[in-house]
Design a binder for this molecule. Structure first.
Ligand code: ADP
Ligand code: MG
Length: 162
């Protein structure tokens, strides 16, 4: 939903969400606003029928890597983190995040905490001038000199040594 500041985006979204909830469905909102506008709205419009989860004081897990095994969880985790961190999916940072999610998701006890571990390891490896080199993307035929990541293949998703 796109519009000017104060143009009515939030009001329209809340109107739609109310209608959806009143028809028996469920709405899940990720609230990044400092004033917690969606929490206030939920408590006011659906008292007793809403649940506000504060990520800083969590009592329930909404960790996508723990809730959704396989590719589904990986995609949810990547979508969530890309949005929350404000990263471009095609940026180098987005690429690093993508790799960290893949690494974490491949573990038997996959979780978002493991994504943090993977990012910490990546940072340490870069600092030590020994970047980790994940496997070549299957089917990629381009072993071109890296342009996006020094020493690595520049083809999207293929991170083989260039
Ligand atoms: N359909 C509407 N009817 C009346 N007032 C509206 C309507 N949509 C928005 N407003 C007014 O404009 C203000 C800003 O709208 P808001 O949805 O918060 O904007 P945005 O999220 O696009 O920045 C609201 O607080 C409300 O007072
Ligand atoms: Mg708004």
């Amino acid at each position: 939903m796109i519009g000017d500041l104060g143009g009515g985006k939030s009001v329209l979204q809340k109107t739609v969400q109310s209608a959806v909830v009143d028809r028996g469905a469920r709405a899940i909102c990720i609230d990044r606003t400092p004033v917690r506008e969606w929490a206030t709205f939920a408590r006011g419009s659906a008292p007793g029928r809403c649940q506000v989860i504060d990520a800083a004081q969590a009592e329930l897990s909404i960790d996508p890597l723990r809730l959704f095994p396989g590719p589904e969880g990986r995609q949810y985790a990547l979508n969530y983190l890309t949005l929350q961190l404000g990263l471009g999916a095609m940026s180098i940072q987005g690429e690093v995040l993508h790799h960290a999610v893949e690494q974490a998701a491949a573990l038997p006890d996959a979780s978002m905490a493991k994504v943090m571990d993977a990012l910490t390891q990546s940072a340490a490896a870069v600092r030590a001038h020994a970047p980790m080199r994940p496997p070549r993307w299957p089917g990629c035929c381009a072993w071109s000199p890296a342009t996006r990541w020094p020493g690595w293949c520049s083809t999207r998703r293929c991170r083989s040594p260039g």
